[in-house]
Structures are given as structure tokens and as C-alpha cells.
Design a protein around this ligand. Structure first.
Ligand code: SF4
Ligand code: SF4
Length: 438
């Protein structure tokens, strides 16, 4: 299977466009910012934003490509990995063609891995675990089913798609399966599916990591290994077990399948007839069709955290290709139709008793939880510190609880809350939905 993953050289025409203007430092909508909160977790933590945030990263890319910077400097290597690849900078940048900073950062990491320097030592363990166990958490394969214990106990077992057919594959993902806090996410998802009578199944012990973490830290080979395996499995499940829809409650897995897997030359062929959806899209469709109705009141005052992977990672920038709108190459607009901004909010507003209040940085301006891009593994203290900043913003909104749609954000934001002794807890949208259903 061929993979069209760009090299740093392929992205040269992007990173030379960064003018080092610094616009990407703050969260703002078009026009003078009504508030000026930072958007870059790396720049926020390490202060010298020219070094650690996007314009610094663009300068690194230039230095690597002209040979003046090399990965044998440990501080330089570490700086490349001090980025959550949240895409916040890219969203704010108004420069023509857009410098595609997150793609450039990941390409630099791939270059570091190819030259034998990257990723960072702790992240190397993560990739080693993927090779050994098909998950980044060093968990034996049988532990992948730990989250299903309450279902066995309640004698409401979940179908194993290796043995029985089902229309829907619930692709659980490693964080939901192995992280004890985040296990609440697949458990709530499966409970909802059972309550609604959805014909779904899981792969259990044979599920393989989506590869997102490997890709984010620059190990393209490991990504390709697991992604190829998954694409072939998906096709087999479609042909032999009747799977028509793949549903994931994990923002990282969803993004990987939607955006990284399409880099495969075989994607269209192998995914023909299969729809990939985030759980909230799947449930939103049922809600619109009148098949999801809420019976219980949930008297929660909540705020919603947009994960980067279901938000701006999925946007598309429109550029004036032929000069007919402004001038050739002018950045003219952003297409956010693939971003899951409205769907979770519409579901929340439909739950009786729920009051939704918004934080200042939302949707494309969302402030990353701090856990992505290998940061939770490489810089755990920074990840939870950043999460505590987001929790503080949630508390300022007047909400009692924060809701999101990602097991990774679930874990990290709850860690951030504990760190500052906050009473605010992070819950997945599936958890609150589960409470609202009889
Ligand atoms: S990435 Fe864009 S907004 Fe940021 S410094 Fe470069 S040109 Fe300016
Ligand atoms: S991707 Fe996010 S963390 Fe990385 S430089 Fe851009 S805003 Fe900062």
C-alpha cells in the first residue's frame, strides 16, 4: 500500500511564507480581538513565543532545510516536540496560502525520526509499546477488554465482531480501553447503543491502535503499519460481517481515520461502502430522525470544550487559486463544515435540564487541553498544567462541569482539575447522554 505522506521538502512552499508577524499568538475572530487570550499552549508555557510557537517552528523548518540546524542538539530536538500540534496557530494565521504549521511540525518530527534522533525517549517507549502490544499504553492485549466488565456482570455482553456480524463497528481506541479515567467514555457509549438497540460490535482484544500517536510524534513507519492493518480489517469487516458504519468516541481515532488514513492510495477502495462517524454525529442523526429521545432531566450547568482533533484539525482553508476573488494565493475563507462544533452543542441543548454556557475560547479558537502531539507522554507536567488553565477558563464561565468528546481530553482535563483542586470535572458527552436516557 502506497502512502502519500509529505516530506519537509514537500512543504517548503508553506513554511517560507511565515512572516513572523505573531498574529497566531492569540485567539481572535476577524477584526480587532475583543479579548486577547493566548492560543498556543507551547508559547504560553515557554514564554519566548518566537522560539516555541509557530513562527519559531517555521524558522526551525527553514534551518533544517538549509542545513544550518541539526537534530543532534538535544535542546533543539526537544523544542520541536514542545508543541501539542493543536493547530491553533494555523487557524489564526492570515497569510496567503497559509503556512500549514502543524503539518510542517509533524514533517520535522518525521525527519528527526528518519535521522535516528526522534522522538523523545519517553515517546520512544510509546512507539515500542505499539510495536509490542498494538497500543501505546504498554497494556497486554487482554486488558483491552477491561472496560467491558460491567457489561459481562450485568449479562448484557457486547458482540465480538470477530465472531458475529453487526452493522456498526464501535472502534473503541486505546485511551478509552486502557486509561481507567477515560474508560467511562466507551462504557457510556456502549450503554447508550444498547439502550437504543443499535446492532453494534467491537473487535475486543484484536483491535489495533489507530496510529494517531505515532503519526503525531513523527514515526510514519509505525503509523503506516497499524493504519494499513486497520484499513484491511475494516474492509474485511465490511465484506464478511456486514459492517457499514465505523463509530468512534475518540477524537484522535476519528481524526486519524478521516484525515491521516486518506493519505493511503487504497483508501477509497478499502473504505468503499463504509461510513466513518464520531459517536456524536451518529447520535445526532438519530436525534434528528426522532429515534433518540431523552427521558431524564440532567440539571447540570455545563461548558463545552472543543477538542482540536474534532475541530480545527478538520477545517479546510480556501485560497484564491486564480486571482478572481482577491489575488492569486490570497487566503479567502475557512471551510469548517467537517468540524464538529455545532453537533455536540445541539445535543447538549436538547437534553432537558442542561444549561450550556460558553467559554471565551471556543470552536476554532478553542484552547487545546495540552495533551496532544505526544506532549502528555513527553511532558506530562506541562500537559496537566495546561489542562488546569483550560479548567480555570471553564470555571470563569460559571459552569459547574465541562463536557467534551475525547477520552484524551477527558483524562488530561480531569488531571488539570485535580492539580488546582477544582470542583469542576470533565465528562464526556456520552456520559451525560447516558444519564438523560431511561
Ligand atoms: S504562522 Fe502566520 S500568523 Fe504565525 S507568525 Fe507566521 S505568518 Fe504570522
Ligand atoms: S500547533 Fe498549537 S502548540 Fe504547536 S505551535 Fe501551533 S498553536 Fe502552538
Amino acid at each position: 500500500m502506497e502512502w502519500n505522506i509529505p516530506s519537509l521538502k514537500d512543504l517548503e512552499h508553506y513554511f517560507w511564507r511565515c512572516t513572523a508577524c505573531g498574529t497566531c499568538r492569540v485567539a481572535y475572530d476577524f477584526g480587532p480581538p475583543p479579548f486577547a487570550r493566548p492560543i498556543c499552549p507551547a508559547g504560553t508555557e515557554y514564554g519566548f513565543e518566537g522560539y516555541y510557537s509557530s513562527k519559531g517552528k517555521a524558522a526551525f523548518a527553514r534551518g533544517i532545510s538549509d542545513g544550518s540546524l541539526t537534530f543532534d542538539d538535544p535542546d533543539f530536538l526537544e523544542a520541536i516536540y514542545k508543541c501539542t500540534v493543536c493547530g491553533g496557530c494555523q487557524n489564526q494565521c492570515q497569510v496567503d496560502y497559509k503556512p500549514h504549521i502543524p503539518e510542517v511540525i509533524e514533517a520535522m518530527r518525521r525527519e528527526a525520526v528518519d535521522q535516528g534522533y526522534g522522538p523523545l525517549p519517553l515517546q520512544k517507549n510509546l512507539v515500542k509499546s505499539m510495536k509490542n502490544y498494538n497500543n501505546p499504553y504498554q497494556g497486554p492485549r487482554r486488558m483491552r477488554l477491561d472496560w467491558t466488565r460491567p457489561f459481562k456482570k450485568a449479562k448484557t455482553p457486547i458482540k465480538n465482531l470477530n465472531k458475529e456480524p453487526a452493522e456498526v463497528l464501535f472502534y473503541v481506541g486505546c485511551t478509552g480501553a486502557f486509561n481507567k479515567t477515560a474508560m467511562a467514555v466507551p462504557q457510556a457509549t456502549a450503554r447508550i447503543f444498547q439502550k437504543l438497540g443499535i446492532d453494534f460490535g467491537i473487535l475486543g482484544e484484536s483491535e489495533v491502535c489507530c496510529g494517531s500517536t505515532a503519526m503525531r510524534v513523527g514515526d510514519a513507519e509505525e503509523f503506516k503499519r497499524v493504519a494499513t492493518n486497520n484499513l484491511e480489517t475494516f474492509q474485511k469487516l465490511h465484506e464478511e460481517k456486514g459492517v457499514k458504519t465505523i463509530v468512534s468516541s475518540c477524537a484522535g481515532c476519528y481524526r486519524a481515520i478521516k484525515k491521516d488514513y486518506i493519505l493511503s492510495s487504497e483508501y477509497d477502495k478499502l473504505m468503499d461502502g463504509i461510513e466513518v462517524m464520531h459517536t456524536v454525529q451518529f447520535l445526532h442523526r438519530l436525534m434528528k430522525d426522532g429515534k433518540l429521545k431523552f427521558q431524564n432531566e440532567v440539571p447540570w450547568k455545563v461548558t463545552y470544550h472543543d477538542p482540536c482533533h474534532t475541530g480545527r484539525h478538520l477545517n479546510k482553508f480556501r485560497v484564491d487559486e486564480d486571482g478572481s476573488q482577491l489575488w492569486e494565493g490570497a487566503y479567502v475563507d475557512v471551510d469548517e463544515s467537517q468540524c464538529l462544533y455545532d453537533i455536540p452543542r445541539e445535543i447538549l441543548k436538547a437534553i432537558p435540564g442542561v444549561e450550556l454556557v460558553e467559554m471565551e475560547r471556543i470552536r476554532g479558537n478553542s484552547f487545546c487541553c495540552g495533551g496532544g502531539g505526544g506532549v502528555m507522554t513527553g511532558f506530562g507536567d506541562w500537559a496537566s498544567k495546561n489542562a488546569s488553565l483550560r479548567i480555570q477558563e471553564g470555571m470563569e464561565s460559571g459552569a459547574e462541569k465541562m463536557i467534551s468528546i475525547c477520552p484524551f481530553c477527558h483524562y488530561n482535563l480531569n488531571e488539570g482539575s485535580k492539580r488546582i483542586g477544582s470542583t469542576m470535572t470533565l465528562h464526556d458527552l456520552t456520559e451525560i447522554l447516558d444519564l438523560a436516557l431511561a
